[in-house]
Design a protein around this ligand. Structure first.
Ligand SMILES: [Zn+2]
Length: 284
């Protein structure tokens, strides 16, 4: 019976066949198999509840938040909309469920002035009737509601043009994301997509107007972007909404800017080509 002989007499007969050392080869194979089948992480695996303290009503609340640095960037659109393995943009606005104060997360730490607080309390909080808690992950509709409230708060508090523009831009991107991922079995799918595209265009028109206003009133960096990036972005927004002359004028500024990386100049040249193609005009 070997190493364990005799143990069966004290009831351990069933265990006397155990190995002292596990088979290393089998262990290695099992480990390799595990490595070959990486666990696919889903959106919910990147989300946690972050605690905020509302500057308007002083109450603490939790909001779904993306763990930064863990999500892979997979590309971007011509208007700089970043694309990750799932749409992280849905988590970029927070709403206090108690009073309705809403803002893009990037501005959360900039507290409204006392005058702005009063405007928000009088015009938003007094009318606010609560907001539906999202599920484990934020749907596009959850996100759009929060972004709309953030835009409303930025208007009511007479916020900067760039903040309003950036909020509109993010709404446009969300509407695009919703349209791109609309389930195949959505009733009247074509009409719904058309409606989403029209709403996106309206958001981009407002973003364009806001950035144009911000150019003359604000300093750079703006919304975390340097002057050339905002110029390029505004040019692309102008192109998308059909303001080709404005787009070309802004493109020229990007192309002739000094100390700018070649990639953004290249993008501006591509945009110019697209406009010439669309209008049938040639470069003069
Ligand atoms: Zn609040």
């Amino acid at each position: 019976m070997g190493l364990f002989s005799g143990l069966e007499e004290i009831g351990m007969g069933g265990l006397t066949n155990v190995k002292v050392f596990e088979d290393e080869k089998a262990k290695l194979a099992a480990a390799q198999k595990k490595r070959k089948e990486p666990v696919e992480l889903k959106e919910v695996d990147f989300i946690f509840d972050k605690t905020y303290k509302c500057p308007v009503c002083d109450k603490e609340f939790k909001a779904r938040t993306v763990r930064t640095g863990k999500v892979k960037l997979v590309g971007s659109d011509s208007d700089l909309r970043p694309k990750y393995q799932f749409d992280t943009l849905k988590y970029d606005a927070v709403t206090c469920p108690n009073c309705g104060y809403s803002v893009l997360t990037r501005y959360f730490n900039i507290n409204p002035t006392s005058g702005q607080m009063k405007l928000i309390r009088d015009n938003v909080c007094k009318a606010f009737r609560g907001i539906k808690e999202p599920g484990e992950i934020m749907t596009y509709d959850d996100a759009l509601t929060r972004h709309k409230l953030a835009l409303l708060c930025s208007i009511v508090k007479r916020g900067k043009a760039s903040e309003k523009a950036y909020t509109c831009l993010k709404m446009g991107w969300l509407l695009r994301g919703k349209s791109e991922t609309l389930p195949k079995d959505t009733p009247n799918r074509e009409a719904v997509i058309k409606g989403l595209q029209e709403a996106e265009n309206e958001a981009l028109v407002n973003a364009y107007e806001g950035f144009t206003e911000a150019f003359s009133k604000e300093n750079f960096p703006m919304c975390g972007m340097d002057e050339t990036t905002v110029t390029y972005l505004t040019a692309e927004l102008a192109r998308k909404i059909g303001k080709y002359d404005d787009a070309l004028r802004l493109c020229a500024r990007v192309i002739t800017a000094k100390n700018v990386n070649d990639r953004i100049k290249e993008k501006a040249r591509d945009m110019k080509d697209l406009i010439y193609e669309a209008t049938g005009k040639k470069e003069s």
